[in-house]
Write a protein that binds this ligand. Structure first.
Ligand code: FAD
Ligand code: SF4
Length: 473
């Protein structure tokens, strides 16, 4: 595993780590083939320990990547896991679903110098899987119990990360979620081919084993009010994500002419979990599917439609490939699986016969010249409209916050409806109420939700300890 041989760096090519498109589209399992110990160690040994850890700087959790790569390469996986767990409450989840090409691997020096980056995410996921398989994942056993209680609204990655850290400090933690399962978008949004559900469930199980209480099927704002939660707990953390789908504004769009992306993905996830039956509305088998949007949600929809056996799947996005918000890796995966991308195509109208949608009319767009330092705009190409036939049109245009927060008169929101918090304190305008994750950032990434959940937990710990000291003084 020497990095240098005869003064030259030995750089192994990046290993093929995913199943062929033909094989993987037969089901909803993860497409990544877990590396063998030998492959993971070899990958880890490709790290050149370049001195300035650009990968670490590019990781929202500031994971100590060079250290755990070195330990992995030296056959010290258990110690590597210990280092990885210091900065992250979900390494094996982030290792699977972070858009590494835009984060740690995008920063890797090998990548910068024209080589393939170290597959940091796959080594991180491998470490986590080794840790769970070998019993290295420490149960949560606080050194001392504390009397104060914290209520967390939302069992997504932000809420779970905060619950992990707060319970480890000895606080009494209750997580409320309106869904029947914990996990948030990790369970019901992100498809199994990116993240299998048992990987999320074992994290939730560890929290339950450590004494975190879950109150599921409980919608805050409906089944219980925030005021009641504030009376019940010393602190409340709002981590309820953003769920209001943005909708297409185009002639021909009726109330039932499109399918909302998250409804489509949730239904398939429920089917995978054995909760739901196939229904015509969310079923693409034999149909021509058009997905409108260019983010991660759109990529998940097109790839789900392929697996459901769609006759054709087209992704319509108004900008070009370079300017799409989704991960480049996911675009490649989708293309390999047979998805057709209509870049620079903006939806103009929905076509229908009676109440049945038959297609999408789109305007061909072109990029304008940009002023220095500004993003290039897009304008329609005159006379270049085109039609794409469709039996199902899925809208994946992003999400805004739901009005729940707006119903709390003294909770200050930003103009876009996200919750305003102190930049470092995560404190909202309501005393004893904190907020983190997408509810604060807007639709973002799992790794940011984990980071904010952890940081908010540290701030809540500080707040409660300071309060105790003040009472004692
Ligand atoms: P969420 O995960 O949304 O969790 C919020 C929880 O709060 C939910 O369980 C919800 O049921 C609950 N809740 C909401 N309102 C209430 C209420 N009033 N009362 C009680 N409970 C409530 N990120 C990546 O990094 N990689 C990806 O590959 C990726 N793919 C994605 C695919 C899809 C389809 C989507 C939609 C998002 C994806 N993301 C991805 C983004 C990522 O999932 C989110 O940024 C992340 O889950 C946000 O975490 P959170 O804890 O803030 O919110
Ligand atoms: Fe990379 Fe995400 Fe892991 Fe950070 S958390 S090292 S960005 S995969």
């Amino acid at each position: 595993k020497t990095l240098k041989q005869g003064g030259t760096f030995v750089v192994e090519p990046r290993r093929l780590s995913k199943a062929s498109a033909e094989l993987r589209t037969r089901g909803f399992g993860e497409i990544t083939i877990p590396p063998s110990t030998e492959t993971a160690e070899k990958q880890a040994s490709r790290c050149t320990d370049c001195g300035v850890p650009f990968c670490q700087n590019a990781c929202p959790l500031q994971n100590n990547i060079p250290d755990w790569l070195r330990l992995s390469a030296e056959n010290e996986a258990r110690e590597a896991w210990r280092v990885a767990s210091l900065t992250s409450t979900m390494p094996e989840i982030c290792g699977r679903i972070c858009p590494q090409d835009r984060l740690c691997e995008g920063g890797c020096t090998l990548n910068q110098s024209g080589w393939d980056a170290v597959t940091i995410g796959s080594v991180e996921a491998w470490l986590g899987d080794q840790a769970f398989a070998n019993g290295w994942v420490e149960p949560i056993r606080p050194q001392a119990e504390r009397g104060e209680s914290v209520g967390i609204v939302g069992a997504g990655p932000a809420g779970l990360a905060a619950a992990d850290r707060l319970r480890s400090e000895g606080y009494q933690v209750t997580v409320y979620d309106r869904h029947d399962r914990a996990g948030g978008l990790l369970i019901y949004g992100i498809p199994g081919f990116k993240l299998e559900k048992h990987v999320v469930q074992r994290r939730v199980d560890r929290l339950i084993d450590g004494g975190v209480q879950f109150v599921l099927g409980c919608e805050v704002g409906k089944d219980v009010t925030l005021t009641e939660l504030r009376d019940r707990h010393d602190v409340v953390l709002l981590a309820m994500g953003v769920y209001q789908p943005r909708v297409l504004s185009a002639p021909g769009r009726g109330p039932d002419s499109t399918v909302a992306a998250l409804s489509y993905l949730t239904h398939q996830n429920r089917r995978d979990l054995g909760d739901a039956e196939q229904d015509g509305w969310h079923e693409a088998r034999g149909k021509r599917v058009v997905v409108i949007g260019g983010g991660d949600t759109a990529m998940d929809c097109v790839r789900t439609a392929v697996r459901q056996g769609a006759a054709s799947v087209t992704c319509l996005y108004r900008r070009d490939r370079e300017n799409m918000p989704g991960s480049a890796r996911e675009v490649v995966n989708a293309e390999e699986e047979g998805v057709v991308f209509e870049w620079l195509g903006a939806p103009k109208a929905l076509l229908s016969q009676g109440d049945r949608v038959t297609g999408v009319r789109a305007a061909r767009m072109q990029l304008t010249e940009a002023a220095p330092g500004e993003r290039r705009d897009i304008v329609p190409v005159p006379g270049a409209d085109f039609d794409i036939p469709a039996d199902i049109v899925i809208e994946a245009l992003g999400f805004s916050p739901e009005p729940f927060a707006a119903h709390e008169p003294n909770l200050t929101l930003r103009d876009d409806g996200t919750i305003k918090v102190g930049a470092v304190s995560f404190a909202t305008s309501l005393p004893g109420v904190f907020a983190a994750g997408d509810a604060v950032r807007g639709a973002s990434l799992v790794v940011w939700a984990v980071r904010e959940g952890q940081d908010a937990a540290a701030e809540i710990d500080r707040y409660l300890k300071t309060r105790t000291e003040e009472v004692a003084a």
